[in-house]
Design a protein around this ligand. Structure first.
Ligand code: G6P
Ligand code: MN
Length: 432
C-alpha cells in the first residue's frame, strides 16, 4: 500500500502530477491517490479528478484516485503529501501583482512584495496542514510546491515537526535548457546549483562528467542559450553582463539585475495582455474546458503554457528517491545546515542534495561568490522576517520585511503597499 495525498488537488496542474506518477508506476506503485480540495474548489476538483481517473484507466494502472473534501480522511496514514494550493485562488494573485505595480514596484507572485503577501496568506494554512499531519500521518513526507516555496518550506521546518522538502520546477528547466544546448539527455548534465528559491545560480556545468562551464557561459553571452520560463518576460542580459556574471542564473534573477526593465515590462503587460495572473486565468479557463472533454485521457499540450510545466519530473523523482532510498541528487529547498557558511544554519536554501529515505542532505558548497553573496543574504533576511510576520501577524515585522526586500525602493512605499495588501487580504489573514 502506498498512499499519496495532493492538497490543492483541484489545481490545473494535477494532470501534470498524475502523468508523472503513471510514468513511474513501476518504481512507485501508488495504490491510493487522494486529491483533496476545499469546498470552494469542489467544481474544479470534480473536473480534474475525473480526468485523473480517465488517465490511470487509459494507462491500465490499478491506482485508485479518490476525490475528497475531508482533510482528516485524506491524510489518514498517508505516506507522501504534496501541496500545490493557492489561498484566495488567482484573484488573490492578481491583487498581489497589481498593487505594487501602481507604485512602480514589481508585481509578481513570488519575487518582491507579491511573494511576501502570498506567504502571509499561505503559511498559516500550511502550518495548519502540518498540525493535521502530526495527528493523522506523523511519519509522512510533505513535498511542498506551494509558493513561495522556499519561504513556506522555511516556515514548515521551523514551526512544525513534519519532514518536508520544498520543490520548484525552475532548476529542472535550467537542466533541460543545458541538455538542449548540447543535444544530450538531462541525466547527462550536472550543474552545481546554489541559492534561494527563484534565486539560484549554476556556477559549474558538466556534460557526461566533462567540465563545460566556460563553454556554456560563452553560449549564454552569445545568446545561444538561456533560461526562459513561460511566466517571465523575455528580456535578455547584454552579452557583456552575461560574461561578467559568468554564472547561469534562473530567469527570476532578471527581476534583481534588470529591475527597471522588468518592472516596465510588467507594467506594459498589465495594461495590454494582463498581468501573468490574468493571463493564467485565461489559460486555466481553456485547460478546464479541455479537461471536461470525456474523450481526453492524457495530459494536454496546453499545460506546457504554464510556468510549472514538467513540475512532476521534479516532484515524482524526488518522491521515488525517498521511497526507494535511491540517493539521487536533486535540487531542493532544504535546511542549510552548513552547506554554505554565508547563511545561517537554520534557514532554507535551494541547492543540490542527496535524496534518500531520510530526506535531503545538501551537498557542501562553501563560500558564496562575492558577486551574488550580498543579494542572497539580503533576500534571505527578507525571507526570515517574512516567515516571522506570517506566524506572528506583527505589523512592524511585516513592514521591515518589505522594506529590506531589495526590490522595494523605500520604506514609504513599503508602508503603502503593505496597508493596501492587508486591507484586500483581510479574510485570509487570521494572524493579523
Ligand atoms: C515557475 C515556478 C513556479 C511557478 C510557475 C508559475 O515555473 O517555478 O514556482 O508557480 O512558474 O507559472 P504560471 O503559469 O502560474 O505563471
Ligand atoms: Mn518555483
Amino acid at each position: 500500500k502506498l498512499k499519496i495525498v495532493t492538497i490543492g488537488g483541484g489545481s490545473s496542474y494535477t494532470p501534470e502530477l498524475i502523468d508523472g506518477f503513471i510514468k513511474r508506476y513501476d518504481e512507485l506503485p501508488v495504490t491510493d491517490y487522494y486529491l483533496l480540495d476545499i469546498e470552494e474548489g469542489k467544481e474544479k476538483l470534480e473536473i480534474v479528478g475525473k480526468l485523473a481517473q480517465r488517465m490511470v484507466k487509459e494507462a491500465g494502472i490499478p491506482m485508485n484516485i479518490h476525490l475528497s473534501l475531508d482533510r482528516a480522511e485524506a491524510l489518514k496514514d498517508a505516506d507522501f503529501v504534496t501541496t500545490q494550493l493557492r489561498v484566495g485562488f488567482l484573484d488573490a494573485r492578481i491583487n498581489d501583482e497589481k498593487i505594487p505595480l501602481k507604485y512602480g514596484v514589481l508585481g509578481q507572485e513570488t519575487t518582491g512584495p507579491g511573494g511576501f503577501m502570498k506567504a502571509q496568506r499561505t503559511i498559516p494554512v500550511l502550518l495548519d496542514i502540518c498540525r493535521d499531519m502530526e495527528k493523522y500521518c506523523p511519519d509522512a513526507w510533505l513535498i511542498n510546491f506551494t509558493n513561495p516555496a522556499g519561504i513556506v518550506t522555511e516556515a514548515i521546518t521551523r514551526h512544525s515537526n513534519i519532514k518536508s522538502i520544498g520543490i520548484c520546477s525552475g532548476a529542472n528547466s535550467m537542466l533541460m535548457d543545458i541538455a538542449k544546448a548540447y543535444e544530450v539527455e538531462k541525466k547527462d548534465v550536472y550543474a552545481r546549483i546554489m541559492g534561494l528559491n527563484h534565486l539560484i545560480f549554476a556556477d559549474q556545468i558538466f556534460i557526461k562528467g566533462e567540465d563545460y562551464t566556460d563553454d556554456f557561459m560563452a553560449k549564454l553571452a552569445q545568446g545561444s542559450a538561456s533560461n526562459s520560463l513561460k511566466n517571465i518576460p523575455d528580456i535578455g542580459f547584454s552579452s557583456r553582463f552575461a560574461k561578467a556574471l559568468h554564472m547561469y542564473p534562473i530567469s527570476y534573477l532578471k527581476y534583481f539585475f534588470l529591475t527597471r526593465e522588468m518592472v516596465e515590462a510588467a507594467q506594459i503587460d498589465a495594461s495590454t495582455k494582463g498581468t501573468r495572473g490574468e493571463q493564467t486565468r485565461e489559460i486555466e479557463h481553456r485547460l478546464f474546458e479541455l479537461y471536461q472533454d470525456e474523450h481526453l485521457s492524457h495530459k494536454p499540450k496546453e499545460l506546457e503554457k504554464r510556468g510549472g510545466a514538467w513540475y512532476s519530473d521534479t516532484a515524482c523523482s524526488i518522491i521515488s528517491s525517498i521511497f526507494n532510498d535511491k540517493k539521487e541528487i536533486h535540487v531542493v529547498n532544504t535546511v542549510n545546515n552548513g552547506a554554505t557558511p554565508d547563511l545561517p544554519d537554520h534557514v532554507t536554501l535551494e541547492t543540490n542534495a542527496v535524496i534518500d529515505r531520510n530526506g535531503a542532505h545538501p551537498l557542501a558548497y562553501g563560500r558564496l561568490p562575492v558577486k551574488i553573496r550580498g543579494l542572497i543574504q539580503s533576500v534571505k533576511a527578507y525571507e526570515e522576517l517574512t516567515v516571522e510576520a506570517a506566524v506572528t501577524g506583527d505589523y512592524s515585522t511585516a513592514l521591515m520585511a518589505l522594506t529590506i526586500n531589495p526590490l522595494v525602493p523605500s520604506a514609504t512605499l513599503a508602508e503603502k503597499i503593505l496597508d493596501e495588501y492587508l486591507e484586500v487580504n483581510q479574510r485570509y489573514l487570521p494572524q493579523y
